[in-house]
Design a protein around this ligand. Structure first.
Ligand code: GDP
Ligand code: MG
Length: 324
């Protein structure tokens, strides 16, 4: 098969959706696992016996998650080479433009694994995951928590995609998820898991004079939001304490507005040259940061690397705990 045919063939595969079931006359929501797709990804010859690193992006609908993932795909397709983004490249991939229909509701993984060596010379299978249903009108708070929790449990980097700024309820939600992750780990006999990062990614950041775009301004902004102050209500202090203790590495990243062409969806096709230069600049720094050898962290559970074939069992177990 020619490479371009192969690339056209790559697609997001749904592994989890929220199913509505009738139980005792009541409608309940459950996570529904698509075993076939999960196995297609995790038992792929390049994934089954290699340590896995999942980079996940989660957040509400229509906030540019899939759009950003397309840049990740391009960067990884180009084997992280310096000239990975051309002016005339089209941005597609995770189907980021699709009218008002919900494109992702649940969890999808890009069908193609990307194989790299980490700093110890070990082969790592990098997978990209797109997650949605967190506080969209169709989902309940529990659905959102289930999806986010599963995503946190299996990913090495969890990007929480937010628009404009970090709000009080974003922190509240994060605290809720963090507690939930702890419970699921306890119920699944996970006594230790590997480094896992949460990155709060703020889109259309509007105050670059105060907190500059990128990771330095972003982390300073997040640290400031997490500061515990004397005069804060007790509840606010508790949220911040839980997050500081519960999340190993909570960082921030601030992205500029991508420009009218992207935000207003006027264009039928979006080419790289239609996107604001500033946005592209900070996306380039973001990808080189996330996929750097230093940050290429494989998922570890109970002291061992999780390989693709073991990931299947872990995911099955987490889903059954979450549905209980
Ligand atoms: P998702 O539902 O979060 O995956 O969002 P999509 O990636 O499908 O993007 C939804 C729409 O938001 C796209 O059609 C773009 O027009 C627009 N978009 C993408 N990225 C950004 C961004 O950083 N800022 C703004 N304002 N719009 C964006
Ligand atoms: Mg999407």
């Amino acid at each position: 098969m020619a490479l371009s045919d192969q690339q056209n063939h790559d697609q997001p595969l749904k592994i989890i959706e929220i199913a509505e079931e009738e139980k005792d006359g009541k409608t309940v929501h459950e996570l529904k696992l698509n075993e076939e797709n999960l196995k297609k990804i995790m038992l792929h010859p390049d994934v089954a016996n290699n340590a896995v690193m999942i980079v996940a992006i989660a957040g509400a609908l229509r906030k540019g998650k899939s759009f950003l993932l397309d840049f990740f795909i391009k960067y990884l397709e180009a084997q992280m080479s310096a000239n990975w983004l051309g002016d005339d490249d089209e941005i597609k991939g995770f189907q980021w433009r699709n009218g008002t229909a919900i494109v992702t509701y649940g969890i999808q993984i890009w069908s193609k694994p990307f194989i790299f060596e980490n700093k110890d010379g070990k082969k790592v299978a990098v997978l990209l995951m797109d997650t949605q249903g967190i506080f969209d009108c169709r989902s309940t708070k529990q659905d959102g928590a289930n999806i986010f929790t599963l995503s946190c449990l299996i990913s090495s980097v969890q990007i929480y995609n937010l628009m404009h700024q970090l709000q009080a309820d974003d922190l509240e939600n994060l605290e809720f998820f963090t507690e939930f992750v702890k419970t699921v780990k306890r119920c699944s006999d996970i006594t230790a898991d590997g480094r896992s990062r949460i990155m709060l990614l703020i889109r259309d950041w509007g105050c670059p004079e105060e907190f500059s775009y990128g990771d330095e301004g972003g982390s300073r902004y997040v640290d400031m939001q997490l500061e515990i102050e004397e005069n804060q209500p007790e509840q606010q202090k508790k949220i911040r304490r839980t997050l500081k203790e519960g999340v190993l590495d909570l960082t921030g990243y601030l992205l500029p507005y991508p420009g009218k062409a992207v935000a207003t969806e006027k264009l039928y096709r979006c080419l790289v040259k239609d996107v604001d230069k500033d946005f592209l600049h900070f996306v380039k720094i973001l990808v080189s940061n996330i996929f750097s050898k230093k940050n290429m962290a494989t998922k570890q559970m109970n002291g061992a690397d999780v390989r693709g074939k073991e990931m299947v069992d872990y995911i099955e177990k987490f889903v059954s705990v979450l549905n209980d």
